[in-house]
Design a binder for this molecule. Structure first.
Ligand code: CA
Length: 236
């Protein structure tokens, strides 16, 4: 069986971390398998009550949300998420007429899929379509690098960069003034914020890790330039 069929010849949208909120263990496992086979990273939750806190802690790229859930139902969760973010949401419902009704309510979901008949391939195709769309919108509307000071999080074209606190501070400093060259000693001052000793040699290894993470997110390998004997510089 070809996983992801139905997405036609469109390119895959790139890996995404998907929060799967589904209380039927068999369905949740099946969805997770198909998402993984399509290159995504699923995380399953069976109860609606903790969903908002889990999403806020981990900031998944997309939420696949069942309508009928113990703890807190899908529609309420959809509103909770919408109140604090623009994360793409795909809702799963038991019946087709329910999907129509939900779409009419404009709860803020990006798409609605019927579980009867259940087609995990269709779900993956819709997830990919929503990701492609939302990433295209993000790419047009915003500069590619988003540094969220309050959330201590950084994203490249909507994709969360999994940074350590030091890497985050390094990126924040460098990207604040693209093109400006920062000597290592100056970067050290910024990184000393938590009182821990950081050596100039350690700056190099943090830059190396940061550069690798940016590259993995699609930012290219030259986003942070090395000026030998001088320091580092962020290229916008
Ligand atoms: Ca359910």
């Amino acid at each position: 069986m070809r996983v992801g069929a139905g997405s036609g010849r469109l390119p895959a949208p790139g890996p995404a971390r998907v929060l799967v909120v589904e209380d039927e263990p068999r369905l949740a496992a099946l969805l997770a398998d198909y998402l993984r086979a399509a290159g995504h990273e699923p995380e399953c939750v069976a109860d609606g009550a903790g969903v908002l806190a889990i999403w806020q802690a981990r900031r998944h790229d997309l939420v696949l949300l069942d309508l009928m859930l113990p703890g807190r139902d899908g529609l309420a969760l959809c509103r909770d998420l919408r109140a604090c973010s623009a994360v793409p949401i795909v809702m799963l419902t038991a019946r087709a007429d329910e999907a129509d009704r939900l779409a009419g309510l404009e709860g803020g979901a990006d798409d609605y899929i019927t579980k009867n008949p259940f087609s995990p391939r269709e779900v993956v195709a819709r997830v990919n379509a929503v990701l492609r769309r939302s990433r295209a919108v993000a790419a047009v509307a915003l500069p590619p690098l988003q540094v969220d000071e309050a959330g201590l999080a950084a994203r490249w074209q909507g994709r969360l960069l999994e940074l350590t606190p030091i890497e985050f501070r390094l990126l924040r400093v460098l990207s604040a003034q693209p093109g400006r060259v920062y000597p290592r000693a100056q970067l050290l001052e910024h990184l000393h914020g938590d009182g821990r000793a950081v050596t100039e040699r350690a700056v190099d290894s943090h830059v190396k890790n940061l550069r690798r993470k940016l590259e993995q997110a699609g930012a290219g390998s030259q986003r942070i330039r090395t000026l030998y004997g001088v320091g580092y510089c962020y290229e916008a």
